[in-house]
Design a protein. Structure first.
Length: 118
């Protein structure tokens, strides 16, 4: 599975951005797709996850009510719509795929930088 993340950029606090993750290759065993982020000097953390078949989504407490994850099965894309961005949302955002039978996300995209200015 290959993943291509896009949509990052510079935005002012309170603004919005939409990230997109395009998957290619052997995607038929996809269980879930997640968006993760890593801020400077901090560990990588999960922001949102969506289960591919059901569409069930879960979010980190820090983004609940501000971020929405969605998927387009036909296009094999997963988007992360981010609203009310805060400076603490500044990070490199990665999308990742977890496949059936696996307990961890094993395929990762290259990351896209989101910078939120105060």
């Amino acid at each position: 599975v290959q993943l291509q993340a896009s949509g990052g950029g510079l935005v002012q606090a309170g603004g919005s951005l939409r990230l997109s993750c395009a998957a290619s290759g052997r995607t038929d065993r996809t269980l879930a797709v997640g968006w993760f982020r890593q801020a400077p000097g901090k560990e990588r953390e999960s922001a949102a996850t969506i289960f591919w078949n059901s569409g069930y989504a879960s979010y980190a407490d820090s983004v609940v009510g501000r971020f929405t994850i969605s998927r387009d099965i036909a296009k094999k894309t997963v988007d992360l719509q981010m609203y009310s961005l805060r400076p603490e949302d500044t990070a490199v955002y990665y999308c990742a795929v977890r496949t059936l039978g696996r307990s961890r996300f094993e395929y990762w995209g290259q990351g896209t930088l989101v910078t939120v200015s105060s």
